[in-house]
Design a binder for this molecule. Structure first.
Ligand SMILES: [Zn+2]
Length: 398
């Protein structure tokens, strides 16, 4: 009897977790729909919802119409039952973001750091900014369900260690989770920062209606995030997605990674600026490129068209390989708009195989590139990852 009682308890706990996961991932759901999706009875759902209402983890939403049918009442996660945090590190910025369980941003901040700063000092700055934000918003530590942290480089998910990467990278061969554990008492989920930007774009931006979406970001680095059936693809150990270090020319320039002709050397912002400085002046910065492109500067339009064409040809191969339905193009280059994205889309369409080309579409990223978007993505990722841990069972009693 004890065994069967234990098994029933276990089943109930699993069902409860599934209900919470559905509400976290999809927003408010009707009770009848919950029963259908979980392949269980309305009575079981009612019992689970009653327990979750008692724990204050879910809310009954007021019906839109007075004459709502029984079983059609909407249930939602209680946004204030917990909070997640996101932190994103780029070369010279640290951004932090706090989100409620419904995915709404409740606070954010961004700091500038010295490009030569060590990883440890960047973490200290982030931890201090987070403390300030939590105090300001009166969020208790016990309410934090997790923190999504974005750093440059490949991350080994077996150890949370950042792979040995390019020279000058402060995060190389560092166990990010352990460094954070010295400064903050939370559960951390570490991810590459392009992947966090992609995650934000999937959650709130141009990719929110696509489950098979490829986000590619062209900034100082070139990174990507692939979503297959709505899930982020990470490869066998978490190192997938380093599109910037795929070679476009085996005889091309040597890359600090050891390869030749890497995509980043031909499409990164440093290269574009180097091509445009003779026309725009030696002190030209990215803002000058954006302004001159918007003004129709012919040098800018020519360079961006050439790089757009090269990028589109390259992405045609990626499209043939991965068959995404949507490619969201982000990063600083995408901010130039049509002068880059037009030639990119035309080349992608004309150089991919007919079936692929008839199906894939291209969209400009909707969120601004950089650390603030990465931090929002980190907070969203932390909720998704937390849902796979025992933190789920303690929601409401935190
Ligand atoms: Zn490389």
């Amino acid at each position: 009897m004890e065994t069967s009682g234990g098994a029933l308890k276990g089943l109930r706990a699993t069902n409860t977790r599934q209900v919470l996961e559905l509400l976290l991932n999809e927003g408010p759901v009707h009770r009848a729909e919950l029963a259908r999706r979980m392949k269980t009875s309305r009575t079981t759902i009612t019992n689970i919802i009653n327990e979750l209402l008692e724990r204050n983890v879910v809310l009954n939403l007021k019906p839109e119409h007075k004459t709502i049918r029984r079983g059609h009442e909407l249930v939602s996660i209680n946004p204030a039952a917990g909070f997640s945090l996101g932190i994103d590190f780029t070369l010279d910025k640290v951004a932090i973001s706090a989100s409620d369980l419904a995915g709404s941003t409740v606070g954010e901040a961004i700091l500038t750091v010295d490009t030569a700063a060590t990883a440890e000092s960047r973490v200290v700055a982030a931890a201090s900014a987070l403390r300030g934000l939590l105090d300001e918003k009166a969020i208790e530590d016990s309410k934090i369900v997790g923190v999504g942290v974005g750093v440059p480089g490949q991350i080994d998910r077996r150890t949370d260690m950042v792979g040995g990467s390019l020279p000058g990278q402060p995060w190389s061969m560092l166990d990010v989770r352990s460094v954070f554990a010295r400064h903050l008492p939370f559960q951390f989920f570490v991810e590459n920062n392009s992947r966090l930007e992609g995650f934000a774009e999937k959650q709130w931006g141009a990719g929110q209606h696509s489950d098979n979406m490829l986000y590619v970001s062209f900034s100082s680095g070139v990174g990507m995030a692939l979503f297959s059936e709505g899930e982020l693809y990470r490869g066998s150990i978490g190192a997938a997605g380093e599109i910037g270090h795929m070679s476009t020319d085996i005889n091309g320039a040597t890359c600090p990674c050891g390869n030749r002709g890497c995509l980043v050397l031909r499409t990164g912002t440093a290269h574009v600026l180097a091509l445009l400085r003779p026309a725009l002046g030696e002190a030209a910065a990215w803002d000058d490129v954006l302004r001159e492109t918007a003004n129709g500067n012919p040098e800018c339009l020519t360079v961006l068209a050439e790089i757009g064409d090269l990028t589109g040809r390259f992405l045609a191969g990626i499209s043939n390989l991965l068959d995404p339905e949507l490619m969201v193009i982000g990063g600083e280059l995408a901010q130039t708009g049509e002068p880059f994205l037009g030639p990119l889309t035309a080349a992608l369409k004309s150089h991919s195989l007919p079936l692929t080309s008839s199906h894939v579409s291209v969209a400009q990223a909707a969120l601004p590139p950089g650390a603030a978007t990465g931090a929002r993505g980190g907070a969203a990722l932390a909720i998704k990852e937390m849902a796979k841990t025992s933190t789920m069972d303690n929601l409401g009693s935190l």
